[in-house]
Design a protein around this ligand. Structure first.
Ligand code: ADE
Ligand code: ZN
Length: 343
């Protein structure tokens, strides 16, 4: 076996920025079960080892909806937000994270109450662990386009310094992107950043719709870009950020062999790939593990490990002064820990 090119402990401990992670996909299984008991919700299984198992995206999303269903009160949201950020800080030294949540999958609680709970969790985690967090309410595309527009109007009507943009997730093959033009236009008018899960299992043409029709600035996943060399060249030149996560392509029909991951082809093609854990507890990973798998699995040099983090800082949706502050704080630490020459 070839030795790791970078010490895995360094990859785990070095400071990081994460831009694609779902709050509801970050619930500890023990917390999910405790909240289900508390609210009298019956689960498909109470065995933690069996809860987070699936063979495809549909199976994954079914469990994701169960995780959404156990979050009923502001204090539930505060608890799981705190735990998600604690896990990111402790496992992977994440210093800044942007986190999705799906307002429309929590119909029994108002957006304002949900947001207040999440913000309480963010403030407590920042106080205890120094991790900062911003939020991205995400359209769940299996619900009607009218619900997406209502969600964006709600987000716009209750602006928070923590909410920086909107996203879109769910099963893209069932509900293609062009249905959501009005919701994205409303988000643009409200001054919100825009991204979307796209070309995960849908065609590369969805990326074009996403960029040119919905006005997205970042692509979440986007693996099918590898099928369209002209689009790949356009986005390489533009430096469009792709927020990737290696655990999910096999759930969407991509080869399960890690070496055949589309993320590897995207890195090799020079795209701006940013590493993420996506749904860390549900996918049995964390950001430190993802850095180790990618950097050591594919023999990338320390300078590339640094670039993943610096590109994430550049693509973050916090304001420019906070991005500069993150870079000032993080870059010297990366140089020292990765043994890179400075100056
Ligand atoms: N919702 C949460 N995680 C998701 C993923 N990886 N793909 C699509 N929708 C999601
Ligand atoms: Zn995702």
């Amino acid at each position: 076996m070839t030795p790791p090119s970078i010490d895995p402990a360094v990859l785990r401990r070095m400071p990081k920025v994460e831009l694609h992670c779902h709050l509801e996909g970050s619930l500890r299984s023990s917390t999910l079960i405790a909240l289900a008991d508390h609210h009298g919700i019956t689960l498909p299984t109470r065995e933690p080892r069996w809860l987070y198992r699936y063979h495809d995206l549909a199976g994954f999303l079914a469990v994701y909806e169960v995780a959404c269903a156990v979050l009923r009160t502001a204090s539930d949201f505060a608890l799981v937000t705190y735990e998600a950020l604690e896990d990111a800080a402790m496992s992977s030294n994440v210093r800044y994270r942007e986190m999705f949540f799906n307002p429309t999958l929590h119909p029994d609680i108002s957006y304002q109450v949900m947001l207040a709970g999440i913000v309480d969790g963010i403030r407590a985690a920042e106080h205890d662990y120094g991790i900062r967090c911003r939020l991205i309410p995400s359209i769940y595309r299996q619900l009607p386009a009218s619900a997406a527009l209502e969600m964006v109007d709600m987000v716009a009507a209750h602006r928070s310094e923590y909410v920086v943009g909107i996203g879109m997730d769910g099963d893209e093959l069932l509900d293609p992107p062009e249905q959501f033009v009005a919701a994205y236009a409303a988000a643009a008018r409200a001054g919100l950043h825009r991204g979307a899960h796209m070309a995960h299992d849908g065609p590369a043409s969805f990326i074009t719709t996403c960029l040119d029709g919905l006005g997205c600035e970042r692509i979440d996943h986007g693996y099918h870009v590898v099928d369209d060399p002209a689009l790949m060249e356009r986005l390489r030149e533009a430096g469009t950020p792709f927020l990737c996560a290696t655990p999910t392509p096999p759930l969407c029909g991509w080869p399960s062999a890690f070496d055949e991951s589309p993320v590897r082809r995207m890195i090799d093609a020079g795209l701006t790939v940013i590493l993420n854990s996506d749904d860390p507890t549900m996918l049995h990973t964390d950001l430190g593990t993802e850095f180790d798998k990618v950097c050591n699995g594919w023999g990338l040099p320390p300078s590339r490990a640094k670039r993943f983090v610096m590109d994430a800082i550049d693509a973050a949706w916090c304001d420019a002064s906070e991005r500069a502050e993150l870079a000032r704080e993080i870059e010297p630490e990366l140089d020292r820990m990765l043994g890179l020459r400075t100056g």
